[in-house]
Write a protein that binds this ligand. Structure first.
Ligand SMILES: NC(=O)c1ccc[n+]([C@@H]2O[C@H](COP(=O)([O-])OP(=O)(O)OC[C@H]3O[C@@H](n4cnc5c(N)ncnc54)[C@H](OP(=O)(O)O)[C@@H]3O)[C@@H](O)[C@H]2O)c1
Length: 261
């Protein structure tokens, strides 16, 4: 790998929002470390990015719900002096009541959405602080502003990621290292199919492309604000509205939405 170019590490690189982050960062002359479970898809993306952008790309097949995989990746970050961008993006959704849900799957969600990003962020920070530059993007969600029956851990883990990012951004003020909580609304990707929900009745205006979500994230990083990046005017307005909506009403609305999917 060329050690002059900055290195971007993207988790959940094999599909959706993560894949678009890889393409955009390669176009901005970053070398890349691609992380996800599906090694074949990562290899295909590596070839595509190397051919198209002429940057150095390595693959790191890993299941970030597994402690040893997170440890190996954290060590790799610590040993990468050109590390400049970490995108904690890997994630998944579920739609079960907690009493019925697979305990292993719920635990995996907490590992993937909270513990892995926290550990990877901590591993990345010494390098970024030494270089006095760089960025950490934690992919949270508009769901971090609400709570929902049948989705309790998704909203709670995404709220963890957002509040974690806001606190860390304040802690790092003046260091040259930026932190962002990226909070997309409905985004076209493999997310809903993997979750096993029929998302066809979600109105067209509520959908965003992964390209516009990533574009908004990178533009906010370049500007240096806001820390909490909500792509799309419609979702900015929804989040504003949520701040003044009574909490009991939020539960009623999100519960009805999830049950109808
Ligand atoms: N799509 C939306 O509407 C939406 C809205 C708000 C927030 N988000 C968030 O955006 C992020 C990206 O989601 P997406 O929409 O791009 O979904 P996606 O298309 O399903 O992609 C998810 C990515 O995460 C990886 N991944 C899943 N489990 C993993 C694990 N245990 N270890 C390592 N990698 C894993 C997947 O790759 P492998 O299967 O190869 O591991 C894949 O690359 C997620 O954090 C999601 O919560 C999505």
């Amino acid at each position: 790998m060329n050690d002059v170019r900055p290195l971007a590490v993207v988790t959940g690189a094999s599909a959706g929002i993560g894949k678009v982050f890889c393409e955009r960062l390669a176009a901005r002359r970053h070398d890349l470390l691609l992380v996800a479970r599906d090694g074949n898809r990562l290899q295909a993306l590596k070839q595509e990015l190397e051919q198209r952008y002429g940057v150095g790309v390595e693959v790191f097949p890993a299941d970030l719900t597994v402690d040893t995989d997170v440890s190996l990746l954290a060590e790799t970050l610590t040993r990468s002096p050109n590390l400049a961008v970490l995108v904690n993006n890997a994630g998944f959704g579920t739609r079960d009541a907690l009493a019925d849900a697979s305990p292993a799957r719920q635990e995996a969600m907490l590992q993937l959405h909270a513990m892995a990003p926290m550990r990877l962020t901590q591993a990345a920070l010494p390098v970024l602080l030494k270089n006095k530059r760089g960025a950490i993007v934690n992919v949270s969600s508009v769901a971090s502003f609400v709570f929902s029956p049948n989705n309790v851990n998704y909203c709670a883990t995404k709220a963890y990621l957002r509040v974690f990012s806001e606190g860390l951004a304040a802690e790092l003020a003046g260091t040259g290292v930026r932190v962002q909580a990226l909070c997309p609304g409905f985004t076209r990707s493999e997310f809903h199919r993997r979750m096993g929900v029929d998302a066809s009745d979600i109105p067209g205006w509520m959908w965003m492309s992964a390209a516009s979500v990533v574009g908004a994230s990178l533009a906010a990083l370049e500007r240096g604000w806001p820390v909490v990046c909500v792509p799309g005017l419609r979702y900015k307005l929804i989040v504003l509205l949520l701040r003044v909506t009574p909490r009991w009403l939020i539960g009623r609305v999100t519960g009805r939405r999830i049950r109808s999917m």
